[in-house]
Ligand binder design. Structure first.
Ligand SMILES: *[C@@H]1O[C@H](CO)[C@@H](O)[C@H](O)[C@H]1NC(C)=O
Ligand SMILES: *[C@@H]1O[C@H](CO)[C@@H](O)[C@H](O)[C@H]1NC(C)=O
Ligand SMILES: *[C@@H]1O[C@H](CO)[C@@H](O)[C@H](O)[C@H]1NC(C)=O
Ligand SMILES: *[C@@H]1O[C@H](CO)[C@@H](O)[C@H](O)[C@H]1NC(C)=O
Length: 290
């Protein structure tokens, strides 16, 4: 009678142990998008050319970069109205249309309203006209949304701060690895240049700057490399990732991926305890029963 009771408890115990083991293992097995090429992302921002030999001549005011609309005193409460700013600046109607049809304008407004700081690159209408005919129309709605986000940085850069930007920079469209949506920014004196791998563009003027939102006009549409060159194949054998917690926020650096070795050991340790344990308990049971 008591043996039976003890046996039942033992089996229940073992069953629960196995169950927890399986549970502990499951998340570790869950596939995750390959987070490859950690190395390039953590490289120092090598800026091969012009290594500070001509120290940034800050003293001379940026000649070509005029600032037609500079922070109009204490504005009304609430985030700046990006559409109004662009409409006032002129020759931004194509980008305004894109901001509206992709809903990006409400995203930007809400980011600004939550005290996030943003940098936008706005190609002029002329820049859109210079695209190969039909380029924009050939983009799906998703592509159009990615294209607009590719022109937005969820960080604020003044013109001077571009000089210390560490490439590659993450745009709102996505990460900086595996041909995602990074841009490189280089400066030469007062010139600010943007490289996407497909186009080299230059900042031609400051449209708006209030130390939270900076809007710069650029002379070319920033076309993402990923639109034209397929992403690299995933790494052959990605290490078992650590159990997924919450979704990483877009503005967090993609570099801080914790090596998953430590966490993935846990199931093995549990197995090491459970399996010999079961064997021991089963031997005990058989001894009692016989
Ligand atoms: C900005 O946020 C406040 C609350 O923090 C909200 O009441 C207001 O409606 C928001 N405005 C916009 C334009 O989103
Ligand atoms: C920087 O600009 C100057 C002239 O404005 C040019 O001579 C020089 O080659 C440029 N340097 C780089 C690295 O582009
Ligand atoms: C951007 O900069 C990174 C790091 O300096 C470099 O590896 C990459 O090739 C650059 N990409 C472009 C398009 O210039
Ligand atoms: C962009 O500039 C880099 C370096 O100046 C050059 O190697 C590359 O060919 C340029 N790309 C385009 C598309 O003009």
């Amino acid at each position: 009678m008591t043996y039976n009771l003890v046996l039942s408890f033992l089996f229940l115990f073992l069953f629960l142990l196995q169950f927890t083991c399986i549970l502990a293992q499951a998340p570790a097995m869950a596939p995750m998008p390959p987070t490859q090429s950690l190395a390039p992302a953590s490289l120092p921002p090598a800026q091969p050319s012009a290594p500070a030999s001509p120290p940034p001549t800050i003293s001379s005011p940026p000649a070509p970069i005029s600032s037609p609309i500079v922070a109009s005193a204490p504005g009304p409460p609430g985030p700046p109205n990006v559409i109004k700013i662009l409409a006032k600046a002129g020759s931004c109607s194509t980008f305004i249309k894109l901001l509206q049809i992709t809903q990006e304008v409400s995203e930007i407004t809400s980011l600004l309203n939550n005290s996030n700081r943003i940098t936008m690159f706005v190609p002029s209408d002329g820049a859109f006209l210079n695209l190969k005919t039909g380029t924009l129309n050939s983009f799906s709605d998703q592509r159009k949304a990615e294209l607009v986000k590719f022109h937005v940085l969820t960080r604020y850069f003044s013109l001077l701060q571009f000089q210390t930007a560490s490439n590659p920079l993450q745009t709102q469209a996505g990460g900086t690895t595996n041909r995602e949506f990074p841009i490189n920014i280089t400066t030469n004196g007062t010139a600010v240049d943007i490289a996407t791998g497909i186009v080299n563009a230059s900042v031609t003027s400051t449209i708006f700057n209030d130390n939270q939102l900076a809007i710069y006009q650029v002379d070319k549409v920033l076309l993402p490399l990923q639109f034209f060159v397929p992403p690299l194949p995933p790494a052959p054998a990605p290490a078992p990732p650590k159990p997924k917690k919450d979704v990483p926020s877009t503005d967090s650096s993609p570099v801080n991926v914790v090596p998953s070795d430590a966490t993935s050991l846990l199931p093995h340790i549990l197995q090491g305890i459970v399996y010999p344990g079961s064997f021991f308990f089963f031997s005990l049971c058989f001894e009692y029963m016989s």
